[in-house]
Design a protein around this ligand. Structure first.
Ligand code: GDP
Length: 185
């Protein structure tokens, strides 16, 4: 079966989640394979693109980060209108950020395009592991994997636990979304 060589697809992808859960860091890891320990909040430049080939698709991710607006104002639905994909990010060591993630999922289901692909992303996985032994640090994790998976199952979301710091599973998030994006017609 032949496929058109120019199966070029642009995907508008937005990030949502409480301040400091690691949204910008996930983007930095995906786009530049980099991490900053004490990252200043993103103010201003919040649009980045990244091309990648997934199967026979050439995908251009157009990534919209919130530019820190979630700190002081409600994001308007304009931000995620026309988005084909969204990452709803929480910090697995911060229960309040998981509650906020539920809120964003609900909001997206109410306001965003019906066929939007949503990935629920529990970030900062590295903080739950001992860096020497790799074993779980008791009590470090505050949102269980099951809680994340249950929400994802209930709301029909992709689900990942990631670390922008170690790069754990970050590429999987974007690759899986890319696989789910319909072919160009
Ligand atoms: P945002 O406000 O959601 O965009 O969050 P940032 O990307 O600015 O990250 C907030 C802080 O958390 C920064 O100090 C980051 O270095 C840190 N951070 C982000 N992701 C991770 C991670 O996976 N692990 C750890 N340990 N720290 C992280």
């Amino acid at each position: 079966m032949s496929t058109p060589a120019n199966n070029q697809i642009s995907v508008k992808l937005v990030l949502l989640g409480e301040a400091a859960v690691g949204k910008s860091s996930l983007v930095l890891r995906f786009v530049s394979n980099d991490f900053e320990e004490n990252k200043e909040p993103t103010i201003g430049a919040a649009f980045l693109t990244q091309r990648c080939t997934i199967g026979d698709k050439n995908i251009k991710f157009e990534i919209w980060d919130t530019a820190g607006q979630e700190r002081f104002a409600n994001l308007t639905p304009l931000y995620y209108r026309n988005a084909q994909a969204a990452l709803v990010v929480y910090d697995i060591t911060k229960p309040a950020s998981f509650i906020k993630a539920r809120h964003w999922v609900k909001e997206l289901h109410e306001q965003a395009a019906k066929n939007i692909i949503i990935a629920l992303v529990g970030n900062k996985y590295d903080l739950t592991l001992d860096s020497e032994s790799g074993e779980e640090i008791e009590g470090a994790r505050k949102v269980s994997r099951d809680e994340g998976q249950d929400l994802a199952n209930e709301e029909n979301l992709l689900f990942f636990e990631t670390s922008a710091k170690t790069a754990f599973s970050v590429n999987d998030v974007f690759t899986t979304i890319g696989e789910k994006i319909p072919d160009a017609v």
